[in-house]
Design a protein around this ligand. Sequence first.
Ligand code: PMP
Length: 398
Amino acid sequence: MAKRNATEFLKTEYDALVAQSLDWRIKKLEGPSEAHAVVDGKKVLMLCSNNYLNLSNHPRLKEAAIKAIQTHGAGSGSVRAIAGTMNLHLQLEKKIASFKHAEAALYYQTGFAANAGLIPQLVGEGDVVISDELNHGSIIDGVRLSKAERAIYKHCDVGDLERVLKELDARPTPPRRIIVITDGVFSMDGDIAPLKDIVNAAEVHGAMVYVDDAHGDGVLGEGGRGIVNHFHLEGKVHVEMGTFSKAFGVVGGSIAGSKDLVAFALNKSRTWLLSGSAPPATAAACIAALEVLETEPQHFKKLWDNTNYFKKELQALGFDTGVSQTPITPVMVGESGKAKSLSEKLFEQGVFALPIVFPMVAKDKARIRTMVNAGLSREDLNFALNAFEKAGKELSII
Ligand code: PMP
């Protein structure tokens, strides 16, 4: 046998991605993430960040972070479970619980760490995870880490979910536990999960409900309290997972729910137990973000005013914005090459919006995914709309 080459695959697999134009060409932000940003040396209008409420460069968040560095240092020194829990982390968790109207909350380093750490602890051998077919990759990876059986239901199709639940309970030995997991807002299309119906369907079968509200935090519900508040389902959703990396403008994951859930998650999530905790500046900035949400409602209002205007005007120009109900506004193009050309033409005109192509979406569903944020003025939105109109006509999309 010829001696194996230890690392040849690194280049061949990368080259294969390049040959199919599936490699990431990373663009560089030279300054804060704001509505007017500098990307690869060019001044552009930001239409693809998750900074929905424009908080990532907010003075109160920055001041809180700087102050925390002065009082608590740059790092936390340990994992949370050993010596890395600071009063700031605990204050933040209290604040999350009260913001979410939940009994308790737990803060993770990232949303990904929350999903990957908690899901495999909630279900194991003899259990079943039922997942929406379009759920986020961090849920998929969390599910892969568990020994539970997996079942998929059609996107947002509660009838199909009920079918799966009935089939499972009709087995000679029904599963020990069942958990239904869904994104709250779906990140590719911007549609909202029918959470009320999901909760009702799950309740009949004694199934747990887990919602990943990464794109609903700060965006849905009263003052941005998220999808559970949006549907008035407090106390009925067993795990409300969220992130501080999007509308809240910082970084970090969270779960909110019962005291039992938090005690369980804290003692079992390996990502929480075995990975260093967030630096004090991060925890302090997250606390400040929640305070801003509670005291400065203008950001939330602006986000929705901008979203409604931009979507309506894109549609008036003849663009198809799919099934979006939120600031995530896809501009459907169809073919991948065309979506990439549209993105390039927009960038040339000073509008930063990335194409989403296969394998992230189906081959004929390529799109530009715009994410509206509260930092954009009406003039900015009109500027972006003009750029879309010009490029869309050049490419015969409209
Ligand atoms: N869930 C969803 C639906 C997401 O979009 C993301 C971020 N892309 C995550 C989880 C992960 O969150 P975080 O950035 O906090 O790791």
